[in-house]
Design a binder for this molecule. Structure first.
Ligand SMILES: Nc1ncnc2c1ncn2[C@@H]1O[C@H](COP(=O)(O)OP(=O)(O)OP(=O)(O)O)[C@@H](O)[C@H]1O
Ligand SMILES: [Mg+2]
Length: 373
């Protein structure tokens, strides 16, 4: 089974730790996205799995076979790892037709003419390019070329597919379409996929599990909605989600069981911790995190009032900024709604998943409900 296991995987370039002691178990048929800001080590990780980059230390195994080990001095070449590669610049051979492009690798692997014919047809149907097989790459649109490149990568039936920003050359609409097709493909081809992207929406929507890196260090490895709802630390909470999570520095005033009284520079809040990873005590410095869609605006009744500072209606949702005194909240309201700037409204916190982080370690302390007092 093509499970991929990385153990203490490290790559240093001079003084830069591009990938730092990465431990990761990618299960058979997972679709894992490697996500993180530019330079965090995504491409380096992918290249090490493929064999194009030699790790400084650590171990990689694919499907139960060690393909790299610094300790055991094992380093299989890329062609012996049974992986399919698809990179951003997926150059097709310009002098070959679509059919020849897809068949080329299979010919090299000494497949019979009949097997190749059958496989090309299957691939053509799968990525919906059957009617383009006789064309040359220059006669195709960007999206069609992309699909040919995918077909070419899939044709030898690799157990593991490694892709580095394969959709970044496409326009937004096509990228969205191709995402849906890739996800569908993953269901059909039964391989394990590792997919690099710096686009958080792409990473979240495609993945069975997201691996979020920062400066070569693993921040969290979990299914997309776990990453979204239970970010391991402030970095993850901040990196995922658009508009970003609201963060407020606060001090713990008092703790009564699960109830925590918090003070920000202007507000006093009570948080009922329902999930707790760490203990808190009075005097602790913390950070409160609230997703913009977990804040509600209601008509004025004079209880917890806020003033509308700005609104950005897009039709599907409206991004509102609203202030309590000088504390600014970013709020998302779904649907076709708009608000009057400078009007006074009620703000409420109906969710039970507001987050609390340790200000020093930046790690999540827990999650719970919140109210203004
Ligand atoms: N061949 C190299 N020589 C020296 N430094 C390198 C080399 N390749 C990568 N690096 C450095 O290693 C770090 C990780 O690079 P990597 O290409 O893995 O980042 P990335 O996450 O793929 O970024 P991007 O989103 O910009 O593609 C960066 O600091 C980069 O400058
Ligand atoms: Mg990269």
């Amino acid at each position: 089974m093509p499970e991929i296991i990385l153990k203490n995987l490290t790559k240093t370039f001079g003084s830069v730790n591009a990938v730092d002691n990465l431990d990761l178990t990618i299960e058979d048929r997972d679709f894992v996205t490697l996500l993180g800001p530019s330079g965090c080590g995504k491409t380096t990780t992918l290249r090490m799995i493929s064999g194009l980059e030699t790790p400084t230390a650590g171990e990689i195994s694919i499907g139960g076979r060690v393909v790299f080990s610094s300790e055991k001095q094992i380093n299989l070449s890329p062609d012996k790892r049974d992986v399919g590669l698809l990179f951003q610049n997926y150059a097709l051979w310009p002098h070959m037709t679509v059919l020849q492009n897809i068949a080329f690798g299979l010919e090299n692997m000494k497949w019979s003419k009949e097997e190749i014919r059958k496989r090309v047809k299957e691939m053509g149907d799968l990525v919906k390019i059957s009617d383009l097989l006789d064309r040359y790459p220059s006669e195709l649109s960007g999206g069609q070329q992309q699909r040919v490149a995918i077909a070419r990568t899939l044709a030898p039936n690799p157990k593991v597919l490694l892709m580095d920003e394969p959709l970044s050359n496409l326009d937004a609409k096509l990228r969205m379409e191709m995402r849906a097709e890739l996800k569908r493909l993953h269901r059909e081809i039964e391989s394990t996929v590792v997919y690099v992207t710096h686009d958080q929406l792409e990473a979240m929507t495609l993945a069975t599990k997201v691996c979020l890196l920062e400066e070569g260090v693993l921040q969290q490895f979990a299914p997309p909605l776990v990453i979204y709802d239970q970010p391991a630390n402030v970095f993850v909470g901040d990196f995922i989600g658009n508009p970003s999570m609201n963060f407020f520095d606060a001090k713990v005033d008092r703790v009564e069981g699960e109830m925590i009284v918090l003070r920000t520079s202007e507000l006093r809040l009570e948080m009922l911790l329902m999930k707790k990873d760490y203990e808190v005590k009075s005097g602790d410095e913390v950070i409160i995190g609230l997703r913009p869609e977990d804040i509600e605006l209601k008509p004025y009744i004079g209880e917890n009032t806020c003033t509308i500072y700005s609104t950005l209606p897009s039709g599907m949702e409206t991004v509102v900024r609203a202030k309590i005194k000088n504390t600014m909240f970013s709020i998302v309201v779904f649907g076709r709604v708009d608000f009057v700037v400078d009007s006074v409204m009620e703000i409420s916190f109906p969710s039970s998943n507001y987050l609390l982080f340790n200000k020093e370690t930046k790690e999540k302390i827990g999650a719970g409900s919140l109210k203004l007092t």
